[in-house]
Design a protein around this ligand. Sequence first.
Ligand SMILES: [Zn+2]
Length: 368
Amino acid sequence: MEFTYQIFTGNFYSPVPETPPAQVLREAYKLTGAGDVIIGCNTQNDCYREVIDIAHGAGKNCWLWLPVFSELPEDTKPEYATDLYSNVQRGKSVIPGENFRFVCPSSLHNQDISFNLYVKHFSGLRFDGVFLDKIRHASFAGGFSEGFGCFCESCRANYAKRGVNIEEISAMIRENAADFLPCSARPYSFSNPAAAAFYAAKADIITSAVLRISEKFENIGLKTALDVFMPMFAYFTGQDIPALSSKASFIKPMCYRITHAPAGIPYEIDGMRETFAQSGADVKNLLLRLWETDDLCSFNCAQTQLNLLSCCEVRPGFEINFVEGICESGANYVTETAESLKNAGIKNAALCWNLLSPGALENLKALS
Ligand SMILES: [Zn+2]
């Protein structure tokens, strides 16, 4: 199995990482072989040239990691999403240096920010493509008020165009959120027709935004790849993976089975439980039943989900970094996961989410 290496150099205006990414990538290639690189997104771009040369020298692609609807710098004047109670969303901050405050995906100004940042800071580099991250609304990990998406004026118009009255939906959610839980999975369906129409429109808003953004990059000769949630959560955040990935080179479902932060499976399950707790729904049991499993964080359950993804190339991502109390990845976890993915027929897996973090190279030694 080949690996794709993910390197987080910090947010747009962060200082350059202390450890040179090129040096770590060379060591990684020695341990676990050459592979594509996803790297970003601080704008001090001197560190990228060498990394790109190393990847290209090995015949591999280098992708610029670009957040789209979160983590945008203030000077780009992002228009933040509006919550269920018409307040500006505040977002979540769990991991230092990472930000889960979402902007409105309907805003054309917001949709253009990542492209404009690319043009301003990265267009002189020989990246092969862009890896678009945070292409979604806030998830249920954002809690009851933020977890259902954006309720601003632009989104209201966007939902109306798709036959959905978002004011009515908002009132329904506040009255009985349990109506917005699915009755079957693979793909998710909803017994309440208004809920079904809401989620379909919510996903269509993301799909049309991402296809528009992808086209802008394609027009300047760059391929796109996408960071997506696992199917258990994706659709609730507006990710209709088959539609979203129709033009992507590959997708990286975040198969984060031990991460207690947004996108991590245990964390998202907790967020979903809390979001629906006040309507008396037992979300954990519902998910266990719908996904026919006795452990929502098991590899078997992940495989059931990955098997649904027959769109473009699928490179599941799993954690190789160690973040105390949040993601304690170690030799057993990485070797078992890699072995299971290989047995499931996966040809390329992404090593997430930061090759520069402590413990990552130790984990690669276990994989070598
Ligand atoms: Zn909005």
